[in-house]
Design a protein around this ligand. Sequence first.
Ligand code: NDP
Length: 323
Amino acid sequence: MVCDAKSHKRKVLVIGAGPAGCAAAMVIARGGFEVDVLRGNNPGGQLMGAGVVENVLGVTPKRGYQIIADMAEQAEKFGVHFIDDTAFNIDDSARPFKVTCDSGDVLQPDAVILATGGSPRMLGIPGENEYWGKGVSSCAVCDCFMVKGKHAIIIGGGDSAVDHILHLVDYADTITLCVRSERMRAAPHSQKKLQSYLTCKSGEEPKLRILYNTDIVSVRGDGERLAHVQLRDKTTGVVSEAAAAGLFLAIGHIPQSDVCPVSVQKNDDGTIYLPSRTQATTCPGFFAAGDVADSVYRQVDIAKGDGTKAGHDAIRYLWSLQD
Ligand code: NDP
């Protein structure tokens, strides 16, 4: 007997309720399948901590949490069901999958889409958590407005650090990049783009200065906004204080992929390995979308696109089960 979506509704579980998860869930609901979304411990993901986001195509500038709220509302209108719970184990030894949640509930979806995102690597220094979203950020594109006409400090030495500088030069008055070692890891062609900001006309301060062998040891403010950052010169041990309206962490992201069953292969950096141009992983019926499978772009529009693809991939997989 042919089992179609109407006579036996196949179920999809989306893990993660950021842009990738909402996009995937909406596609599936509109495709006529049941879909649950586990919101997890940090509903909405990284976007919830962003300031005003200006670079989402078709969305007027608004705060990250508002964008997430709009996405969730739109998905709900099509029948997506959000659950406030977190997956901690996925058994893929048979189908349906068995997904055990923190609450003790066990969900049994026919397909799973992992959209758990990534968490920015943190410095682990005093004041960092307190001023997160109040001057400390990991997203120059989202939070550039807060350093308009002021001093910004960036920590990191990879391509993300260069990207942060290139975004902030049009906003910040001056920028200091702190690199923990004696060299930057960013590609040479990226580093070349910084040259013009390091030089200046006589008598003027350069837009950008780079401090090598420099750590950040603490951040301080008035409780509402970040005001100062303490820097330590690792060669001399001298600690100095710099006024700053923004501290941007560009020290990498940690993909939240721990919950995956072992049949889901990962890349060396912990992101999910996608063997083709689809969002299918190495485990049949298990898909991944957004930052958990992407270490390069990490943008809302990309995550939405990945989620949309994952939704269509999952639907195609469910159709194949009905043959
Ligand atoms: P990377 O891992 O490439 O670089 C991280 C940087 O942060 C390194 O300089 C590292 O120092 C430094 N760092 C790590 N931990 C600390 C710490 N606790 N304190 C101070 N500094 C620290 O991460 P990115 O996010 O820059 O890039 C990730 C990937 O995405 C890369 O493959 C990159 O090429 C790619 N990417 C590409 C872009 C592009 O092509 N336009 C843009 C952005 C990213 P150290 O070198 O000493 O380890």
